[in-house]
Design a protein around this ligand. Structure first.
Ligand code: KG4
Ligand code: ZN
Length: 344
């Protein structure tokens, strides 16, 4: 269903990435550049990100082709994340990919970034017994926080999502309050290892409520109230560690509860998949593993490099889309008229 390897570009946030997969999904080469220059601002600055994608992409694509030992003419398909995400970066990546496709006379496939996260678990060899549909996906990153019933290629049902912050955003904001820098998730997890998770009582927003929506802003407010008495004074190390551990525990409790509800909404699920940067958190992973075992379900979280933003998942989603079209006897997708979209 494709005439040669697929080259994909990811540029929806602050990772500039390129990957080349064989038609069967074998990774021939992949590169990711996590842009610097954002940390000083405590978050991703869209304009800086877009300009960095523009500066990085030509060299990155060339290097990835070299890694794979391929000439551009040998490619069968070009793909890019075309949304949702930061519009400046999406325009750069989509424009670059469409330009390549046009110059090479190859088809272009537009990939939904969230769909790419959703289908990652199906990469050949990733999940021991395969990730057959239907499965439940928990997507938890800096920009996304949702439960999705993945029923097939192109068939997704959003069961619930955040009504305020994404989980990663909450980790980053709390880490910032604790003076841990950005991105804060990994630093907060590290500090929490020294803390007592039951030391400081914190709320569990929406826990036990119907459905599987998330809310994290109340938790963030509670933390800032615990910190208020210290004013500008430095935090005692043990207190900071206890607060980090208690926060992490509260998030894990809430997420586990929301997943329990999501599974009740999707009894046909065969597998629970966690993806996105926050799925790297070992306390959260352990909790999800437990919930899955309780429901006699398998649990998987792709390795971190495939959990966070990358282009392998984009190339794979494009392949899955083409295979699905071929199996239905539909013509090869031609997305050359599709424009990047910040919301999708
Ligand atoms: O998927 P990702 O790389 O980028 C997008 O947001 O799309 O996710 C980044 C987010 C950040 O908010 C970061 O703080 C969080 O994932 N994160 C973690 C951990 N590692 C990364 N949060 C909690 N614990 C971690 N170990
Ligand atoms: Zn992402």
């Amino acid at each position: 269903f494709v005439s040669g390897p697929v080259l994909a570009i990811e540029s929806s946030c602050d990772e500039t990435a390129c990957a080349i997969l064989s038609p069967t999904g074998e990774c021939l080469a992949q590169r990711v550049v996590s842009q610097d220059g954002h940390a000083d601002f405590g978050g991703v600055v869209p304009e800086i990100a877009a300009r960095a994608h523009l500066a990085l992409l030509p060299g990155l694509v060339q290097a990835t082709l070299q890694d794979a030992g391929l000439k551009p003419e040998q490619l069968g398909l070009i793909a890019a994340s075309t949304g949702p995400g930061l519009i400046g970066g999406l325009i750069v990546g989509t424009g670059f990919a469409k330009g390549m496709a046009l110059a090479l006379g190859k088809p272009f496939v537009a990939v939904n970034h969230v769909e790419a996260h959703a289908l990652t678990a199906r990469l050949p060899g990733l999940v021991p017994d395969g990730a057959d549909f239907p499965f439940l996906l928990l997507l938890v990153s800096g920009g996304h926080c949702q439960c999705i019933a993945v029923e097939g290629v192109g068939r997704y049902r959003k069961l619930g999502g955040t009504i305020d912050d994404a989980a990663g955003e909450a980790f980053d904001k709390v880490a910032k309050m604790l003076g841990l820098g950005w991105p804060g998730g990994p630093a907060l997890e590290k500090l929490a290892q020294e803390g007592d998770a039951s030391a400081i009582p914190l709320p569990r927003p929406l826990m036990g409520r119907e459905g599987c929506d998330f809310s994290f802003s109340g938790l963030k407010t509670a933390i800032s109230q615990k910190l208020a008495p210290f004013g500008q004074n430095p935090l005692p190390r043990q207190f900071a560690a206890d607060l980090a551990a208690s926060f992490q525990q509260a998030v894990a409790d809430v997420v586990a509860n929301r997943i329990e509800h999501a599974l009740a909404m999707m009894p046909e699920a065969k597998l629970l998949v966690a993806a996105g940067g926050v799925a790297a958190n070992s306390v959260l992973r352990a909790r999800l593993q437990k919930v899955a075992a309780h429901h006699h379900l398998r649990f998987t979280a792709p390795p971190l490099r495939l959990c966070t933003d990358n282009a392998v998942m984009v190339a794979w989603a494009a392949l899955e889309t083409c295979r699905e079209a071929a199996e239905r006897g539909l013509p090869h997708p031609d997305d050359s008229a599709i424009r990047p979209r910040p919301r999708w």
